[in-house]
Design a protein around this ligand. Sequence first.
Ligand code: ADP
Ligand code: ZN
Length: 652
Amino acid sequence: MQQISVLFPTPLGCYDYLSDTQLEVGTFVLAPFGKKKLIGIVWDKEPNTHIEKSKIKQILEILPFRPLPFETIQFVNWVSSYTLAPLGAVLKMALLTDFEKISKKPLIFQHPNPTHISLTFSQAQQNAIQIMTDQLERGFSVSLLDGVTGSGKTEVYFEALAQALKKDGQILVLLPEITLTTAWLERFEKRFGVKPALWHSGITQKQRRDTWNAILKGDAKVIVGARSALFLPYQKLNLIIVDEEHDSSFKQEDGVLYQARDMAVVRAKIAKCPIVLASATPSIESYCNVLAGKYIHIELPERFAGSCLPDIRLVDMRKKEKGPIQFISPELQLLIRENLHKKEQTLLFLNRRGYAPLLLCRSCGERIKCPHCTAWLVEHRKKNILQCHHCGYVMRIPKKCPTCEQEETLVSCGPGVERIHEEAHQLFPEASLSMVTSDTLNNPKEFEALLEKIKNNEIDILIGTQILAKGHHFSNLTLVGVIDADMGLSGGDLRAGERTFQLLHQVTGRAGREQKKGTAVLQTYVPDNLVIQSLQKNDKNTFIQEEIATRQILSMPPFGQLAAIILSGKNEQFVVEVGKKIVAAAPFLEGLDVLGPTPAPLALLRGKFRYRLLIKATKDIKLQNILNIWLAKVAIHSSVSVRIDINPYSFF
Ligand code: ADP
Ligand code: ZN
């Protein structure tokens, strides 16, 4: 009898079992667990020799799958030790939840054809392709493909992908979920003759099982997916591509808290293969790695076929005269009117759903809040509701103020896209308008129909949130109006400036993608702000240099380390006590600072009180080891949940 260690896809950890045959690490087994039978994986962990053999249970069955590849096991181990998430919780992301339903007649994944079509490339594009192809023969490396929107990054990494296809093995392309559109897939199919294997939240359970199984068997060659595709059981990876590498949606904010772009680099290192990070506005972290000589920098400075970047104009909103509020400034109105004349399309961008972000009582000053969260309720006038965008709480729009009970005193404060739509309709009654938000995306058929209408020029003015900013090219769209360019700048968030720069660069880049010159308007109250100035001058370098310098002075990532500890629970007293105990148990260490506990900006979320601690550490400190030892010493009340967020991206 052989004693083995088995890991289950639950937060429990490894357990020892006996088996009468020699089992390879990675083998899928069915084992008794309490009264249940669970599927687990034979893990690369030394069995515990101190347990009496008679007390160890025997496994029940060996399941008929190829063993989980050792690289996946190494990766799960790595992610768990970095994020401090339980091993089993990480393993869960690599497995299916319904193995028993794997079909005998799976979908067939056809091999993409690397020579299906061929393009002629510009000199800069050829150089980029050459560098990336060379890396395919050299084991692990990271390349940052840094090129303005429309410079051909996608076409260029498709070439690297085509070269990688000529070798054995698999290729993974990671995209933010909202970029993973039909349009992107059609492009892939046009280039390679077939569709890639897909992995994202929208695929069916059957597709999920078939895809997972085809990847494990090595039958699926190219996998295109959202961040969770990183954990699939690849037999052999040849190349990883992360497109829109700066996108903050690569950070998973629930369950296991991981940054998929960073973990993709780790995954490539384990696979000993190259990885390409592509973006028009790379993250500060990636630039720092270029400066440190760790990443290869590949630049595509010009738009393909000479179409030029839009002309960016600022509208200083401080100078606006008092009067009836208009969110679309006269300058922008004029440009829209001209555009309507030319029969060209306009996009009005505001990253806020609903009609108004809050309702205020003119009589008593009450702002209507969510009863379960520290947040205002957002007015959705079309649906006649007030909604909490954090917990989903909904109420009808009241006729009188809930506090002072006066009638007709509630006024809408500030704009959401619905309100901009209303204003645009009043200003341009003859124009055909369409509003696009994530609610529109929930209905893919309707969304496709809308895209078709845009293509056919049946729409003059689009009003939308960031859904429209990403991944769509509209050839007749020549004007972009950003209603509130400052929206993302406030708040103490470390990456606020960076994120605003990236988002607005992308949004304004929607204007004039083809031969027609585009114009973008930024409405702002802080025209002198570095972010706004850099956007207007199209001067990415100054922005990046200043941003890097600031982070360096403040020892912020990537120059120092951060970890957040988020405590939450129904009983505020207990939450505060746990916070104090954690601080009391903190090790005294040079280069380690503990800030807090303080009430989180979202101090109440879904009826739970939230407190935060922020740990700052210099780079030489082994933060995960310290946190492990430190938190193990603290007795935590069972009603309080403790989450650790290594290198946090959200601070609310
Ligand atoms: P990016 O990913 O940098 O935004 P794309 O790869 O989407 O750029 O390229 C922008 C547009 O230019 C696309 O329509 C693309 O097909 C076209 N394009 C880019 N490079 C070439 C090329 N070498 N030959 C033909 N078309 C190209
Ligand atoms: Zn709420």
